[in-house]
Design a protein around this ligand. Structure first.
Ligand code: ZN
Length: 101
């Protein structure tokens, strides 16, 4: 799927992650938006799917301190609040494009 495969992933500044997809679409996430999407077991209850993270507790000026590729399907992000357990599959990132919602 070209629409869910990144061509480039750029940390354009500490608060932004820019993904250019193979179909030419571009998605820009602020770190705070990524943090609020975090799908890890500490942020989303694995059984019920209930959100455990209160979005209001994530500061608007949050930054990402590290971004790692996870295999060929996802990225993991370490944030300035120390949270680093989230794995973000590419289709999920494309689906949650902040500009499309
Ligand atoms: Zn999390």
């Amino acid at each position: 799927m070209t629409s869910t495969t990144p061509r480039t992933i750029t940390k354009s500044d500490p608060t932004q992650l820019r993904i250019e997809w193979q179909d030419g679409h571009e998605t820009v996430f602020r770190a705070v938006e990524l943090r609020r999407l975090c799908p890890c077991a500490r942020c989303i209850d694995e059984i019920t799917g209930r959100a455990l993270l209160d979005p209001a507790t994530v500061p608007e000026d949050l930054t990402q301190t590290d971004v790692q590729l996870v295999g060929r399907y996802a990225i993991s992000v370490r944030f300035s609040d120390g949270h680093d357990t989230g794995i973000y599959p590419y289709p999920m990132l494309r689906e949650h494009d902040p500009a499309a919602s």
